[in-house]
Design a protein. Structure first.
Lengths: 111, 325
Protein backbone atom coordinates (compact mmCIF):
# COMPACT_ATOMS: atom_id res chain seq x y z
CA UNK A 1 0.00 0.00 0.00
CA UNK A 2 2.78 2.39 0.92
CA UNK A 3 4.19 2.35 -2.59
CA UNK A 4 0.79 3.30 -3.94
CA UNK A 5 0.81 6.64 -2.19
CA UNK A 6 4.25 7.64 -3.44
CA UNK A 7 3.30 6.24 -6.81
CA UNK A 8 0.11 8.31 -6.95
CA UNK A 9 2.09 11.39 -5.95
CA UNK A 10 4.62 10.75 -8.71
CA UNK A 11 1.90 10.20 -11.31
CA UNK A 12 0.11 13.43 -10.39
CA UNK A 13 3.36 15.39 -10.48
CA UNK A 14 4.42 13.85 -13.80
CA UNK A 15 1.06 14.58 -15.41
CA UNK A 16 1.24 18.24 -14.43
CA UNK A 17 4.89 18.58 -15.45
CA UNK A 18 4.19 17.02 -18.84
CA UNK A 19 1.40 19.55 -19.42
CA UNK A 20 3.71 22.34 -18.33
CA UNK A 21 6.57 21.20 -20.60
CA UNK A 22 4.19 20.90 -23.58
CA UNK A 23 3.04 24.48 -23.24
CA UNK A 24 6.36 26.00 -22.17
CA UNK A 25 7.45 28.74 -24.58
CA UNK A 26 11.00 29.06 -23.26
CA UNK A 27 13.10 26.31 -24.91
CA UNK A 28 15.66 26.27 -22.10
CA UNK A 29 13.02 25.89 -19.42
CA UNK A 30 11.21 23.27 -21.49
CA UNK A 31 14.49 21.35 -21.77
CA UNK A 32 15.08 21.56 -18.01
CA UNK A 33 11.52 20.48 -17.32
CA UNK A 34 11.98 17.46 -19.57
CA UNK A 35 15.11 16.48 -17.67
CA UNK A 36 13.15 16.59 -14.41
CA UNK A 37 10.34 14.58 -16.01
CA UNK A 38 12.91 11.95 -16.98
CA UNK A 39 14.34 11.83 -13.47
CA UNK A 40 10.90 11.52 -11.90
CA UNK A 41 10.00 8.76 -14.35
CA UNK A 42 13.15 6.90 -13.33
CA UNK A 43 12.06 7.19 -9.71
CA UNK A 44 8.59 5.90 -10.61
CA UNK A 45 10.16 2.86 -12.28
CA UNK A 46 12.07 2.17 -9.07
CA UNK A 47 9.05 2.72 -6.81
CA UNK A 48 6.99 0.22 -8.83
CA UNK A 49 9.46 -2.62 -8.30
CA UNK A 50 10.49 -1.83 -4.73
CA UNK A 51 8.88 -2.35 -1.38
CA UNK A 52 9.13 0.92 0.50
CA UNK A 53 9.12 1.43 4.22
CA UNK A 54 6.35 3.92 4.91
CA UNK A 55 7.02 4.59 8.60
CA UNK A 56 10.01 6.81 8.05
CA UNK A 57 10.53 10.59 7.99
CA UNK A 58 11.99 10.20 4.47
CA UNK A 59 8.74 8.70 3.23
CA UNK A 60 6.67 11.53 4.67
CA UNK A 61 9.07 14.16 3.30
CA UNK A 62 8.91 12.62 -0.18
CA UNK A 63 5.10 12.65 -0.09
CA UNK A 64 4.98 16.29 0.98
CA UNK A 65 7.56 17.25 -1.62
CA UNK A 66 5.58 15.57 -4.41
CA UNK A 67 2.39 17.27 -3.30
CA UNK A 68 4.11 20.66 -3.29
CA UNK A 69 5.56 19.98 -6.73
CA UNK A 70 2.15 19.16 -8.21
CA UNK A 71 0.65 22.33 -6.73
CA UNK A 72 3.56 24.43 -7.95
CA UNK A 73 3.29 22.98 -11.47
CA UNK A 74 -0.45 23.70 -11.50
CA UNK A 75 0.23 27.34 -10.63
CA UNK A 76 2.95 27.54 -13.30
CA UNK A 77 0.50 26.40 -15.97
CA UNK A 78 -1.14 29.81 -15.66
CA UNK A 79 1.91 31.82 -14.68
CA UNK A 80 5.07 31.33 -16.73
CA UNK A 81 7.13 33.20 -14.15
CA UNK A 82 6.66 30.21 -11.81
CA UNK A 83 8.29 27.67 -14.15
CA UNK A 84 11.78 28.17 -12.72
CA UNK A 85 10.45 27.60 -9.20
CA UNK A 86 8.69 24.47 -10.43
CA UNK A 87 11.95 23.12 -11.85
CA UNK A 88 13.61 23.75 -8.48
CA UNK A 89 10.74 21.99 -6.70
CA UNK A 90 11.07 19.05 -9.06
CA UNK A 91 14.78 18.78 -8.28
CA UNK A 92 13.94 18.79 -4.58
CA UNK A 93 11.32 16.03 -5.02
CA UNK A 94 13.76 13.90 -7.03
CA UNK A 95 16.25 14.20 -4.17
CA UNK A 96 13.67 13.24 -1.54
CA UNK A 97 12.56 10.15 -3.45
CA UNK A 98 16.15 9.17 -4.10
CA UNK A 99 16.71 9.10 -0.34
CA UNK A 100 13.67 6.88 -0.06
CA UNK A 101 14.65 4.32 -2.68
CA UNK A 102 18.40 4.32 -2.15
CA UNK A 103 18.06 1.88 0.73
CA UNK A 104 16.11 -0.63 -1.34
CA UNK A 105 18.31 -0.52 -4.40
CA UNK A 106 19.61 -4.00 -5.11
CA UNK A 107 17.46 -5.59 -2.43
CA UNK A 108 15.24 -8.49 -3.40
CA UNK A 109 12.52 -6.75 -5.30
CA UNK A 110 9.18 -8.17 -4.34
CA UNK A 111 6.30 -6.40 -5.96
CA UNK B 1 -22.23 -54.30 -45.41
CA UNK B 2 -23.41 -50.78 -46.12
CA UNK B 3 -25.02 -50.56 -42.68
CA UNK B 4 -21.90 -51.77 -40.89
CA UNK B 5 -19.78 -49.25 -42.85
CA UNK B 6 -22.07 -46.39 -41.79
CA UNK B 7 -21.88 -47.71 -38.22
CA UNK B 8 -18.09 -47.72 -38.40
CA UNK B 9 -17.98 -44.15 -39.76
CA UNK B 10 -20.40 -43.01 -37.04
CA UNK B 11 -18.28 -44.67 -34.36
CA UNK B 12 -15.11 -43.02 -35.71
CA UNK B 13 -16.83 -39.63 -35.85
CA UNK B 14 -18.19 -40.02 -32.33
CA UNK B 15 -14.78 -41.03 -31.04
CA UNK B 16 -13.33 -37.91 -32.66
CA UNK B 17 -15.93 -35.63 -31.09
CA UNK B 18 -15.89 -36.99 -27.58
CA UNK B 19 -13.46 -35.45 -25.18
CA UNK B 20 -11.93 -37.91 -22.77
CA UNK B 21 -11.28 -37.00 -19.14
CA UNK B 22 -7.58 -36.90 -19.92
CA UNK B 23 -8.25 -34.44 -22.73
CA UNK B 24 -10.06 -32.11 -20.36
CA UNK B 25 -7.37 -32.24 -17.67
CA UNK B 26 -4.70 -31.74 -20.32
CA UNK B 27 -6.64 -28.82 -21.80
CA UNK B 28 -6.81 -27.22 -18.36
CA UNK B 29 -3.06 -27.67 -17.90
CA UNK B 30 -2.14 -26.36 -21.33
CA UNK B 31 -4.48 -23.37 -21.17
CA UNK B 32 -3.38 -22.46 -17.66
CA UNK B 33 0.21 -22.56 -18.81
CA UNK B 34 -0.68 -20.22 -21.69
CA UNK B 35 -2.36 -17.85 -19.23
CA UNK B 36 0.80 -17.73 -17.12
CA UNK B 37 2.70 -16.73 -20.28
CA UNK B 38 0.32 -13.78 -20.62
CA UNK B 39 1.07 -12.70 -17.06
CA UNK B 40 4.79 -12.83 -17.84
CA UNK B 41 4.05 -10.75 -20.94
CA UNK B 42 2.65 -7.98 -18.71
CA UNK B 43 5.99 -7.77 -16.89
CA UNK B 44 7.77 -7.66 -20.23
CA UNK B 45 5.46 -4.94 -21.47
CA UNK B 46 6.35 -2.81 -18.46
CA UNK B 47 10.01 -3.19 -19.43
CA UNK B 48 9.37 -2.51 -23.10
CA UNK B 49 7.21 0.57 -22.49
CA UNK B 50 9.87 2.00 -20.18
CA UNK B 51 12.70 1.42 -22.65
CA UNK B 52 10.65 2.90 -25.49
CA UNK B 53 9.90 5.93 -23.33
CA UNK B 54 13.65 6.38 -22.79
CA UNK B 55 14.35 6.32 -26.54
CA UNK B 56 11.54 8.78 -27.24
CA UNK B 57 12.69 11.10 -24.47
CA UNK B 58 16.21 11.42 -25.83
CA UNK B 59 15.12 11.65 -29.46
CA UNK B 60 12.50 14.31 -28.69
CA UNK B 61 14.51 16.52 -26.37
CA UNK B 62 18.05 16.47 -27.73
CA UNK B 63 17.37 18.37 -30.94
CA UNK B 64 18.20 21.84 -32.25
CA UNK B 65 20.34 23.80 -29.81
CA UNK B 66 20.36 20.87 -27.38
CA UNK B 67 21.57 18.22 -29.81
CA UNK B 68 25.19 18.71 -28.80
CA UNK B 69 24.38 17.66 -25.24
CA UNK B 70 23.49 14.16 -26.40
CA UNK B 71 26.11 11.71 -25.15
CA UNK B 72 26.77 8.10 -24.20
CA UNK B 73 25.87 8.68 -20.57
CA UNK B 74 22.29 9.47 -21.59
CA UNK B 75 22.07 6.19 -23.48
CA UNK B 76 23.56 4.37 -20.53
CA UNK B 77 20.79 5.66 -18.29
CA UNK B 78 18.13 3.87 -20.34
CA UNK B 79 17.48 0.65 -18.47
CA UNK B 80 14.80 -1.96 -18.11
CA UNK B 81 13.22 -1.43 -14.68
CA UNK B 82 13.13 -5.18 -14.17
CA UNK B 83 16.31 -7.01 -15.18
CA UNK B 84 16.18 -10.70 -16.01
CA UNK B 85 17.85 -11.45 -12.67
CA UNK B 86 15.43 -9.26 -10.72
CA UNK B 87 12.46 -10.74 -12.54
CA UNK B 88 13.22 -14.17 -11.12
CA UNK B 89 13.07 -12.66 -7.63
CA UNK B 90 9.71 -10.98 -8.05
CA UNK B 91 6.85 -12.45 -6.09
CA UNK B 92 4.54 -12.30 -9.07
CA UNK B 93 7.05 -14.08 -11.30
CA UNK B 94 7.65 -16.80 -8.72
CA UNK B 95 3.98 -17.42 -8.06
CA UNK B 96 3.19 -17.38 -11.77
CA UNK B 97 6.00 -19.81 -12.55
CA UNK B 98 4.84 -22.18 -9.82
CA UNK B 99 1.34 -22.16 -11.30
CA UNK B 100 2.67 -22.71 -14.82
CA UNK B 101 4.88 -25.62 -13.70
CA UNK B 102 1.96 -27.29 -11.92
CA UNK B 103 -0.31 -26.88 -14.94
CA UNK B 104 2.30 -28.26 -17.34
CA UNK B 105 3.00 -31.28 -15.15
CA UNK B 106 -0.70 -32.00 -14.75
CA UNK B 107 -1.16 -31.90 -18.53
CA UNK B 108 1.84 -34.22 -18.94
CA UNK B 109 0.38 -36.72 -16.53
CA UNK B 110 -3.01 -36.55 -18.21
CA UNK B 111 -1.37 -37.19 -21.58
CA UNK B 112 1.02 -39.92 -20.40
CA UNK B 113 0.53 -43.14 -22.30
CA UNK B 114 3.66 -44.98 -21.22
CA UNK B 115 5.13 -45.63 -17.81
CA UNK B 116 8.18 -43.57 -18.71
CA UNK B 117 5.91 -40.57 -19.42
CA UNK B 118 4.23 -41.04 -16.07
CA UNK B 119 7.62 -41.07 -14.39
CA UNK B 120 8.63 -37.82 -16.10
CA UNK B 121 5.32 -36.17 -15.26
CA UNK B 122 5.60 -37.43 -11.70
CA UNK B 123 9.09 -35.97 -11.29
CA UNK B 124 7.93 -32.66 -12.75
CA UNK B 125 4.91 -32.53 -10.48
CA UNK B 126 7.09 -33.21 -7.47
CA UNK B 127 9.37 -30.40 -8.61
CA UNK B 128 6.39 -28.08 -9.12
CA UNK B 129 5.10 -28.76 -5.63
CA UNK B 130 8.51 -28.24 -4.09
CA UNK B 131 8.81 -24.94 -5.93
CA UNK B 132 5.25 -24.06 -4.80
CA UNK B 133 6.49 -24.31 -1.23
CA UNK B 134 9.69 -22.42 -1.90
CA UNK B 135 8.01 -19.59 -3.80
CA UNK B 136 5.20 -19.29 -1.30
CA UNK B 137 7.60 -19.16 1.64
CA UNK B 138 9.57 -16.42 -0.14
CA UNK B 139 6.44 -14.44 -0.92
CA UNK B 140 5.09 -14.68 2.61
CA UNK B 141 8.47 -14.36 4.27
CA UNK B 142 7.84 -17.33 6.54
CA UNK B 143 8.47 -21.06 6.63
CA UNK B 144 4.84 -22.13 6.31
CA UNK B 145 4.68 -24.67 3.51
CA UNK B 146 1.85 -24.88 1.03
CA UNK B 147 2.25 -28.61 0.60
CA UNK B 148 3.19 -30.40 3.78
CA UNK B 149 5.11 -33.68 3.64
CA UNK B 150 2.02 -35.86 4.07
CA UNK B 151 0.29 -34.18 1.10
CA UNK B 152 3.32 -34.73 -1.10
CA UNK B 153 3.56 -38.34 0.11
CA UNK B 154 -0.10 -38.96 -0.75
CA UNK B 155 0.39 -37.58 -4.24
CA UNK B 156 3.53 -39.66 -4.76
CA UNK B 157 1.68 -42.75 -3.60
CA UNK B 158 -1.15 -42.08 -6.04
CA UNK B 159 1.29 -41.72 -8.92
CA UNK B 160 3.18 -44.86 -7.94
CA UNK B 161 -0.14 -46.71 -7.90
CA UNK B 162 -0.54 -46.05 -11.61
CA UNK B 163 1.81 -48.99 -12.00
CA UNK B 164 3.76 -50.24 -14.97
CA UNK B 165 0.71 -50.48 -17.19
CA UNK B 166 -0.86 -47.08 -17.55
CA UNK B 167 -4.51 -47.90 -17.12
CA UNK B 168 -6.96 -45.03 -17.43
CA UNK B 169 -8.61 -45.83 -14.11
CA UNK B 170 -5.36 -45.67 -12.18
CA UNK B 171 -4.26 -42.50 -13.91
CA UNK B 172 -7.61 -40.97 -13.01
CA UNK B 173 -7.09 -41.79 -9.36
CA UNK B 174 -3.66 -40.16 -9.43
CA UNK B 175 -5.01 -37.04 -11.13
CA UNK B 176 -7.85 -36.93 -8.62
CA UNK B 177 -5.46 -37.13 -5.65
CA UNK B 178 -3.27 -34.39 -7.09
CA UNK B 179 -6.05 -31.95 -7.97
CA UNK B 180 -7.77 -32.34 -4.61
CA UNK B 181 -4.51 -31.99 -2.69
CA UNK B 182 -3.55 -28.93 -4.74
CA UNK B 183 -6.89 -27.12 -4.55
CA UNK B 184 -6.23 -24.82 -1.58
CA UNK B 185 -2.70 -24.24 -2.76
CA UNK B 186 -3.77 -23.23 -6.25
CA UNK B 187 -6.32 -20.88 -4.69
CA UNK B 188 -3.59 -19.24 -2.60
CA UNK B 189 -1.14 -18.93 -5.46
CA UNK B 190 -3.81 -17.47 -7.77
CA UNK B 191 -4.83 -15.00 -5.04
CA UNK B 192 -1.21 -13.97 -4.65
CA UNK B 193 -0.79 -13.35 -8.40
CA UNK B 194 -4.03 -11.33 -8.48
CA UNK B 195 -2.92 -9.30 -5.46
CA UNK B 196 0.44 -8.56 -7.02
CA UNK B 197 -1.12 -7.57 -10.36
CA UNK B 198 -3.65 -5.35 -8.60
CA UNK B 199 -1.28 -3.49 -6.31
CA UNK B 200 2.11 -3.49 -8.01
CA UNK B 201 1.48 -0.38 -10.10
CA UNK B 202 2.71 -2.01 -13.29
CA UNK B 203 -0.34 -0.70 -15.12
CA UNK B 204 0.53 2.84 -14.00
CA UNK B 205 4.05 2.39 -15.30
CA UNK B 206 2.86 1.12 -18.69
CA UNK B 207 0.13 3.76 -18.99
CA UNK B 208 2.29 6.76 -18.14
CA UNK B 209 5.13 5.65 -20.43
CA UNK B 210 2.70 5.17 -23.31
CA UNK B 211 1.15 8.58 -22.62
CA UNK B 212 4.56 10.26 -22.63
CA UNK B 213 5.49 8.60 -25.93
CA UNK B 214 2.20 9.62 -27.54
CA UNK B 215 2.56 13.22 -26.35
CA UNK B 216 6.02 13.50 -27.87
CA UNK B 217 5.02 11.78 -31.10
CA UNK B 218 2.05 14.13 -31.54
CA UNK B 219 4.23 17.18 -30.86
CA UNK B 220 6.63 16.00 -33.56
CA UNK B 221 3.78 15.32 -35.98
CA UNK B 222 2.46 18.85 -35.43
CA UNK B 223 5.88 20.30 -36.30
CA UNK B 224 6.39 18.20 -39.40
CA UNK B 225 2.86 18.35 -40.77
CA UNK B 226 2.95 22.17 -40.59
CA UNK B 227 5.49 22.14 -43.39
CA UNK B 228 3.94 22.76 -46.79
CA UNK B 229 6.14 20.04 -48.27
CA UNK B 230 4.49 17.31 -46.19
CA UNK B 231 2.51 14.89 -48.32
CA UNK B 232 -0.99 13.62 -47.66
CA UNK B 233 0.19 10.00 -47.89
CA UNK B 234 2.86 10.59 -45.23
CA UNK B 235 0.41 12.43 -42.98
CA UNK B 236 -2.16 9.66 -43.34
CA UNK B 237 0.41 7.01 -42.45
CA UNK B 238 1.51 9.04 -39.46
CA UNK B 239 -2.04 9.64 -38.24
CA UNK B 240 -2.68 5.89 -38.49
CA UNK B 241 0.46 5.20 -36.47
CA UNK B 242 -0.51 7.77 -33.85
CA UNK B 243 -4.00 6.30 -33.64
CA UNK B 244 -2.50 2.88 -32.90
CA UNK B 245 -0.31 4.39 -30.20
CA UNK B 246 -3.36 6.05 -28.69
CA UNK B 247 -5.31 2.77 -28.78
CA UNK B 248 -2.43 1.12 -26.92
CA UNK B 249 -2.60 3.88 -24.31
CA UNK B 250 -6.37 3.43 -23.94
CA UNK B 251 -5.88 -0.32 -23.43
CA UNK B 252 -3.01 -0.13 -20.92
CA UNK B 253 -5.16 -0.92 -17.92
CA UNK B 254 -7.10 -3.64 -19.71
CA UNK B 255 -3.85 -5.49 -20.30
CA UNK B 256 -3.46 -5.99 -16.56
CA UNK B 257 -7.18 -6.41 -15.86
CA UNK B 258 -7.41 -9.15 -18.45
CA UNK B 259 -4.54 -11.01 -16.81
CA UNK B 260 -6.31 -10.73 -13.46
CA UNK B 261 -9.51 -12.09 -14.98
CA UNK B 262 -7.62 -14.96 -16.62
CA UNK B 263 -6.03 -15.97 -13.31
CA UNK B 264 -9.47 -15.79 -11.64
CA UNK B 265 -10.75 -18.15 -14.34
CA UNK B 266 -7.84 -20.52 -13.72
CA UNK B 267 -8.70 -20.54 -10.03
CA UNK B 268 -12.39 -21.17 -10.72
CA UNK B 269 -11.71 -23.87 -13.31
CA UNK B 270 -9.40 -25.66 -10.89
CA UNK B 271 -12.03 -25.43 -8.14
CA UNK B 272 -14.59 -26.98 -10.50
CA UNK B 273 -12.12 -29.73 -11.41
CA UNK B 274 -11.44 -30.46 -7.73
CA UNK B 275 -15.13 -30.51 -6.88
CA UNK B 276 -16.04 -32.80 -9.78
CA UNK B 277 -13.18 -35.30 -9.50
CA UNK B 278 -13.91 -35.61 -5.77
CA UNK B 279 -17.13 -37.33 -6.93
CA UNK B 280 -15.21 -39.30 -9.56
CA UNK B 281 -16.70 -37.15 -12.31
CA UNK B 282 -13.75 -36.77 -14.66
CA UNK B 283 -15.84 -35.53 -17.53
CA UNK B 284 -18.86 -33.34 -16.91
CA UNK B 285 -20.74 -30.35 -18.23
CA UNK B 286 -19.38 -28.26 -15.34
CA UNK B 287 -15.79 -29.18 -16.23
CA UNK B 288 -16.40 -28.53 -19.93
CA UNK B 289 -17.92 -25.14 -19.18
CA UNK B 290 -15.16 -24.08 -16.81
CA UNK B 291 -12.36 -25.13 -19.15
CA UNK B 292 -14.27 -23.75 -22.13
CA UNK B 293 -14.44 -20.32 -20.49
CA UNK B 294 -10.75 -20.45 -19.74
CA UNK B 295 -9.88 -21.50 -23.29
CA UNK B 296 -12.09 -18.77 -24.77
CA UNK B 297 -10.47 -16.11 -22.61
CA UNK B 298 -7.02 -17.33 -23.54
CA UNK B 299 -7.86 -17.44 -27.24
CA UNK B 300 -9.12 -13.84 -27.19
CA UNK B 301 -6.48 -12.56 -24.84
CA UNK B 302 -5.39 -9.57 -26.88
CA UNK B 303 -8.87 -8.78 -28.12
CA UNK B 304 -9.74 -5.85 -25.87
CA UNK B 305 -13.07 -5.20 -27.58
CA UNK B 306 -14.13 -8.72 -26.64
CA UNK B 307 -12.91 -8.19 -23.10
CA UNK B 308 -14.80 -4.90 -22.76
CA UNK B 309 -17.95 -6.56 -24.01
CA UNK B 310 -17.72 -8.99 -21.10
CA UNK B 311 -17.55 -6.21 -18.47
CA UNK B 312 -20.55 -5.16 -16.41
CA UNK B 313 -19.61 -1.57 -17.15
CA UNK B 314 -16.62 0.35 -18.41
CA UNK B 315 -14.99 3.56 -17.22
CA UNK B 316 -12.71 6.03 -18.95
CA UNK B 317 -10.23 8.29 -17.17
CA UNK B 318 -9.16 11.80 -18.21
CA UNK B 319 -6.56 10.35 -20.62
CA UNK B 320 -9.12 8.08 -22.25
CA UNK B 321 -7.70 4.97 -20.55
CA UNK B 322 -10.40 2.31 -20.39
CA UNK B 323 -11.12 0.05 -17.47
CA UNK B 324 -13.49 -2.81 -16.83
CA UNK B 325 -15.58 -2.19 -13.71
Amino acid sequence: MSNKTIRAGLIDALNQLMRLADGCSDPNQAFELNIKIRELFQKLDRVIVARLESNTPEFEQALVSLDELTKQATVALDDASKVAATIAKAAEAVGKIEKLVVGVAGILAIL
Amino acid sequence: MKRSLIGLIAAVLMAGCTSTPSDQIAAFGQTTNAVTDHVDAVLNEFNEATIERGFTDLAANYTGDFAQRFDQQLLKDINKPITAKQQKQLAIYRANKALGDYATSLAELANARLRVDVDVASANLYGAMTSFNKHYQTIKGNQKALFDDSKVANIQAAITAIGSEVAEQRRRQAVKAIIIAAKDNIDLICDEIIKQLTHSGIEDGIRLSRKYILDKQIAEYRRLSAKKSSKLKWRTDEVRRLWLLQQALFHSKLLVQQSIKAIEEVKQAHQVLASEVAHDAFSSVAISNAIGRLQYLNKHFNDFEEFLASCDSTATDSDGVLSCE
